[in-house]
Design a binder for this molecule. Structure first.
Ligand code: ACO
Length: 331
């Protein structure tokens, strides 16, 4: 292993990976599924309002850690590392395998290693950007040199298939990166926020108590309220992270925002005066995969040859909490 000494000036992404479960549901499949419950939706409505054409659902018995494992193995291979090199594991998820232990500990076991710190981070759709920021601080602080950061979700498990306003929007998947200590930039700046006044606009309010599920364990969202909040905070977080890094919009080669709705993504790009050619969009094929959406889109952009070494990339997350944040990096 040829790692920089801990306490390096920067952390840098050295590998990416992702995984989508094989079961793909087109909008036509969702129309059929909902029709069986006498609920009407249409391909036209879903595409026009969200840009989504398909999503992937994990098979029964396949959990977030299973998707995370495949994404992690791909990220390790692309970084030229093995699981034994990893000295920190963070899994961003709102759909953990169990109440406890963490999905990160389960993933560590499935990777066949032990000993390094492993924990989950819960910031819903902002989870990956939050996790990247935490790992960046730990790497620069010297407590990790080779971090595995994963966003992994099985949102299909918490969808209410009687609620057409939410169940057509989400999908399952995982994305991962390897973040290593480096003397070359790297993560340039991060900017994280939360506003708990908006807990109710997007939540899965159920919990486990006394051996029962207490409250409703299915996702609730006030879509228009989330839409309005998202458009505002994605713009402010982008500007804040650029200012922190001493860069401007003109320096951004690629914008990779949370993949929830193409209209929110276009609005973010327009406000930043970025041409749509610089926007990485996978929402049409993935739906909203919550914490997995940003690393899934990043990996797809890297593997398709769009994001290259040295490119400046702006990542943005927004979601339940309300949480939001951005990370600017030289890839
Ligand atoms: N099929 C057909 N019609 C539908 C559907 C559907 N699947 N869903 C809603 N409609 C109808 C509504 O009933 C409503 O009909 P009405 O006017 O007769 O009452 C009409 O379409 C418009 O509904 P709105 O909710 O106002 O539609 P809107 O244009 O706001 O789009 C959407 C809804 C797509 C949810 C949008 O608000 C959105 O994307 N919000 C943001 C979601 C987001 O960004 N989430 C990110 C975080 S996710 C996380 O953290 C887990």
């Amino acid at each position: 292993m040829n790692l920089q000494p801990s306490g390096a000036r920067y952390s840098r992404i050295t590998g990416t990976g992702s995984h989508l479960p094989p079961r793909r549901l087109s909008n036509a499949d969702m129309v059929d599924m909902l029709a069986q419950r006498d609920i009407e939706t249409s391909n036209e409505w879903i595409v026009e309002r969200t840009g989504i054409q398909a999503r992937h659902f994990a098979a029964e018995g396949v959990n977030s850690s299973d998707l995370a494992l495949i994404a992690s193995q791909a990220a390790l291979a692309s970084a030229g590392r093995t699981a034994a090199d990893v000295d920190l594991i963070i899994v961003a998820t709102s759909t953990p395998d169990m109440v406890f232990p963490s999905t990160a500990c389960i993933l560590q076991h499935k990777l066949g290693v032990h000993g390094c710190p492993a924990f989950d981070l819960q910031a819903v759709c902002s989870g990956f950007v939050y996790a990247l920021s935490v790992a960046d601080a730990m790497v620069r602080g010297g407590s990790a040199r080779c971090a595995l950061i994963v966003g992994a979700e099985v949102f299909s498990r918490i969808l209410d298939f009687n609620d057409r306003t939410t169940c057509v929007l989400f999908g399952d998947g995982a994305g991962a990166v390897i973040l290593e200590a480096s003397d070359e930039p790297g993560i340039l700046a991060t900017d994280l926020h939360a506003d708990g006044r908006h807990v109710g606009v997007l939540c899965t309010p159920g919990t486990v108590s006394g051996g029962h599920v207490l409250g409703d364990p299915l996702l609730k969202m006030d879509g228009p309220a989330v839409f309005k909040l998202a458009v505002g905070v994605l713009d402010s977080a982008a500007r804040a992270v650029l200012a922190k890094a001493g860069r401007t919009e003109a320096d951004v080669d690629w914008l990779i925002p949370h993949q929830a709705n193409i209209r929110i993504m276009h609005s973010t790009a327009r406000k930043l005066k970025l041409p749509l050619e610089k926007l990485i969009a996978t929402v049409h094929e993935h739906g909203n995969t919550s914490a997995a959406s940003v690393p899934l889109a990043l990996d797809e952009a890297v593997r398709s040859g769009r994001v290259k070494r040295g490119d400046t990339v702006l990542l943005e997350g927004v979601g339940g909490g309300f949480t939001w944040g951005a990370a600017l990096l030289d890839f």
